[in-house]
Design a protein around this ligand. Sequence first.
Ligand code: PMP
Length: 316
Amino acid sequence: MEVSHLPYAYFEGAIMPLADAKVSIATHALQYGTGVFAGIRGYLDQDGSTINIFRLHDHMTRFSQSAGLIKIALGMDVASLCDLAVELTKRNAPTSNVYFRPFAYKSGLDLGPTLSGISDSFSIYMLPLGNYYSDDSGLSVMVSSWGRTQDNVVPARGKISGSYINAAITKDEAVGYGFDDAILLNSRGKVSEGSACNLMMVRRGVLTTPPITADILEGITRRTVLQIARDAGMPVEEREIDRTELYLAEELFFCGTGVQVEAVTRVDHRLVGGTGTVGPITARIRENFFDIVQGKAPEYRDWLTPVAALSPVAAD
Ligand code: PMP
């Protein structure tokens, strides 16, 4: 998916044109994957001029923690990271839904895969972003022949650049076989997550998802979905899931910043729930989710950081 970016980025301590934000090919992170990133969405409000950034503080908290996992010091607290995203939004003045990509990385030109004593850098850029999938009739997925990276191989709960080879190779295999995406099992053979999203299953009426010890990324959308379900009085369970449960499930769906909430209606060529249609719990959670991110649910407004973004702010 080739994308166009918004014109301004934060790079090496200043907001500047994205076109000038460049690194050397000898950069440590480029060679060894020693970077961490975040993916955050901002939604255009019903007023047509405000961008509501979704769970900005939670994303920046995880970003900061991911950086700590590979010994990157951001030199900025979470509140300042959030302020920076807001400032960049004003500078870029987007007129549609957006995606933020904070990226912290070992910027030194050092040779040798280690973590200590290598200089760091930190950047943010933005792009307009609509839905990942063009229709919402449900995804066809396979259980991957690749396993999910184990937490004691590469930290699974950090968004570490190098570990996204795992997502890339998995998704590429699935698409090559004609599927939309894949579900990964972990090293214990239990269901972990999608290639770049978490998985939810409805089984015997209970909304079920693998626990945070199943080598998953601790997704912020996952947490959001669990909260929406609990608030709606639905039974919810975090427990290990076996592969064959995917075949017996009433409903399956993916959730994540990129995919948002997307039904999975086929697994390994089997129709989910026997019908292969979007189930009622998925449809309800999806509707609630989009109401919340679009600012239509007052009780969840705390999750939104509104930025008045319509008028461009002149560059210095
Ligand atoms: N798992 C992986 C591997 C991911 O890359 C993502 C996307 N960030 C998720 C799960 C979902 O996390 P979130 O809801 O925080 O975007």
